[in-house]
Ligand binder design. Structure first.
Ligand code: HEC
Length: 123
């Protein structure tokens, strides 16, 4: 049997498998969860704040006052351009311990996180 024939036979099977998995499983952590108005779903906002405490907190401090990483409190961030901070989070900062997070946070999620940090995390 040729590869092309096999692909024709397997493709529908594969498609139904994917469909079954996507209907059965809950949204994966990295899935973009947007509300109808295009803003982030509250559940996703909570996940990002959890990431902030657990992962970012290990360097920037649980209270974000700073540690190995600089303080992420509004006083420090509010006058820095948002695009620069978004870039820092998504790409990391070369030559420093700040790692890139673009695998875990979309552009929109990072923009939301930066605005949240600038105005202060309310929890
Ligand atoms: C392994 C340690 C580490 C982790 C984890 C980490 N950072 Fe950082 N981050 C740093 C360091 C160190 C710097 C300072 C880089 C420099 O010297 O310019 C920094 C800088 C930053 C800056 C720029 C601050 C400024 O005033 O310019 C932002 C914003 C930031 N981090 C956000 C985050 C977020 C959000 C996370 C989690 C998603 C995170 N960081 C996780 C170490 C870390």
């Amino acid at each position: 049997m040729t590869v092309a024939k096999m692909t024709i036979l397997i493709a529908p099977l594969f498609a139904s498998l994917v469909a079954a998995i996507t209907t059965l499983s809950p949204l994966p952590f990295s899935a973009v969860a947007l509300a109808k108005d295009g803003s982030l779903e509250p559940a996703r906002q909570k996940e990002i704040l959890y990431l902030l405490r657990q992962d970012c907190g290990s360097c920037h401090g649980m209270t974000l006052k700073g540690g190995l990483g600089s303080s992420l409190l509004p006083e420090v961030l509010k006058d820095k351009p948002s695009a620069f901070l978004v870039e820092t989070i998504r790409e990391g900062r070369q030559g420093t311990a700040m790692p890139p997070w673009k695998q875990f946070l979309t552009q929109q999620e990072t923009e939301w996180l930066v605005e949240t940090l600038k105005t202060g995390v309310k929890e």
